[in-house]
Design a protein around this ligand. Sequence first.
Ligand code: CA
Length: 224
Amino acid sequence: MKHSIRIPCITLLGALLVCAPQAARADDDNNLLKDTSFELQLAPDEGGWTLFEQSLFSTDEARSGSQSMFNGAFSRTVAYHPFFVGTVSGSYQEFPASPGSRWRLTGFGVTPTELQGTPAFGIVQVSFFDADGHDLGTVETVASKTARAKTSNEVNNQTPVGQWIFLDTGIATAPAGAGTIQAFTLYVDFSGSNTSQGVYFDDLSLCALEDDDESACKEFEDGT
Ligand SMILES: [Ca+2]
């Protein structure tokens, strides 16, 4: 387990490059993550979550148990180009990943108040890295100059407030040269809204597909 923070690059609005199941089945054998419900607060060297920027275990919201992961930001307007500053906050766990291996990350996210401005959103994301820590993206997106990772649908200002939203990356394939995968919760805010806000996450699942058997991860599809 590497402890250095390697925030994956994502592209916002085509111009701004930012470097940065049912979850109730958290103890399912197919789920590789530890502390999937954020109740244990395991240290990274115990296999727990590595937090960066404005992130913390929180008792303010919980889909299961009494805690969740909060990723937040305060994006403010400034007097110089591009007239706002922002943050990518998050948490991740890392696992070995060989080229061609297939993965799927799911979870749930909620915001208790309407997110102000855009872009301001919460996602789950998988990114692949080589042995030197270079961000490889995925086979699905590696040839693209836009996004070099595979992201889920979002919690944003269009999603219902106070409702846990099922987040799903779909299946991501490790590209040639891959050595590790990192599974993220992320909150991205470059809205310039001058508001402290963010997204809570709970009940994450990272599933590795065996051979061509996609049914191994099917049980994670139930977002109810
Ligand atoms: Ca929880």
